[in-house]
Design a protein around this ligand. Structure first.
Ligand code: AOF
Ligand code: ZN
Length: 338
């Protein structure tokens, strides 16, 4: 039985990692909590931007002497290597930590093996705590990239009941409700990259920035990526200096993925042709569909040409989550092949 204070500490560690998601890449967003010998929270930490200290080191710094004889709860196996920072497993041992709980093993062959180092030093090690929440949560994209060598791609779209993302005259604003839009901005601020096609830049001229509810820019902005062969004007909003932008003059999805290796958490935001190309290339790892209780009856559909010619070729998805967001329904789906 996992002690209740450890379960509570895990929740703090999960929240701490979620809060830094998007700011640590190509490193994983990790959360760590140090409990003192009596089970009280002595320090909380999360991974700093690349080159900075890891989660455990920050949590240990906050805990100070209270770490001695205490417990560390970490969302990833403490690292074992001297990279840009020293090994966390060694730091935990040196601080006198008596037991370590962690969620998932570090698949990085260079950094992994921290659990063995801890055990060899006499620390009690408990792997697997809250693994599911971490794998499907903050470390999802990083683990996917570690496993496949490719970024994790989420295709997000908003559509009406009849599957349309724009009306006949091209207008597309306010299909989904204010709650959905706020949620999209909040999510953007924790991503590594947002990808759109040149068509979307030409028709919608989006900023693709993450904004706070008051309209201000969020402190962390994902890389904006524009894909396609069409020329975009230098006055396009996506080229302003609010966030970095990468223009990829290609239609090859493999090339796009290669360019984003160090940006594992990628969101495809449109339009229908780009979505179709990613779907046809089997390069969508998750779908977030915001369905609005609206009918347009005509207009652009959310996807154009996903390479399906007959129903036996249909791309099928499995439900991961269904939520209501204001008046809309958010479906989170994963490909049925996974
Ligand atoms: C941890 N805690 O908070 C993180 C870990 O280049 P470095 O030195 O920052 O090392 C990066 C590697 O360390 C990364 O690929 C992953 O295996 C591990 N990340 N480990 O114990 C942390 N961010
Ligand atoms: Zn480390």
């Amino acid at each position: 039985m996992t002690p209740p204070e450890v379960l509570e500490a895990f929740q703090f560690a999960l929240d701490a990692s979620e809060a830094v998601r998007g700011t640590t890449s190509p490193n994983p967003p990790v959360g760590a909590v140090i409990l003192d010998a009596s089970g009280q929270v002595a320090g909380v930490g999360a991974t700093a931007p690349p080159g900075g200290p890891h989660a455990e080191v920050r949590a240990l710094a906050a805990a100070g002497d209270r770490a001695r004889g205490g417990t560390a709860v970490v969302t990833l196996e403490p690292c074992n290597h001297t990279g840009r920072t020293g090994p966390c497993a060694r730091a935990l041992v040196d601080a006198g930590i008596a037991s370590v709980y962690y969620s998932v093993s570090d698949p990085n062959p260079i950094a992994g093996g921290g659990a063995d180092t801890l055990r060899a030093a006499g620390v009690t090690v408990h792997p697997g705590l809250g693994a599911d929440a971490v794998i499907h949560g903050p470390l999802r994209a990083w683990l996917h990239r570690a496993r496949t060598g490719r970024p994790h791609v989420t295709w997000k779209y908003a559509a009406t009941l009849d599957g349309r993302s724009a009306a006949q005259d091209g207008t597309s604003q306010w299909i989904s409700g204010p709650e959905s839009r706020a949620r999209v901005h909040d999510e953007r601020s924790r991503l590594d990259a947002i990808v759109v096609g040149t068509g979307t830049v030409l028709t919608d001229d989006p900023w693709l920035t993450a904004r706070l509810p008051d309209g201000q820019l969020a402190p962390h902005q994902p890389l904006r990526v524009v894909v396609g062969l069409r020329e975009i004007p230098t006055s396009a909003r996506v080229l302003d200096d609010a966030a970095p932008t990468l223009v990829l003059r290609t239609r090859d999805i493999g090339e796009v993925l290669d360019a984003l290796t160090d940006h594992p958490d990628v969101l495809i935001e449109g339009g229908p042709r780009l979505a179709g190309a990613f779907l046809a290339a089997r390069s969508v790892d998750r779908v977030q569909a915001y369905l609005a209780p609206v009918v347009l009856g005509a207009g652009t559909t959310a996807v154009q040409d996903a390479g399906v010619h007959t129903v036996t070729e249909a791309l099928r998805f499995r439900r991961e989550r269904v939520e209501t967001v204001g008046a809309d329904v958010l479906l989170t789906l994963v490909p049925d092949r996974d």
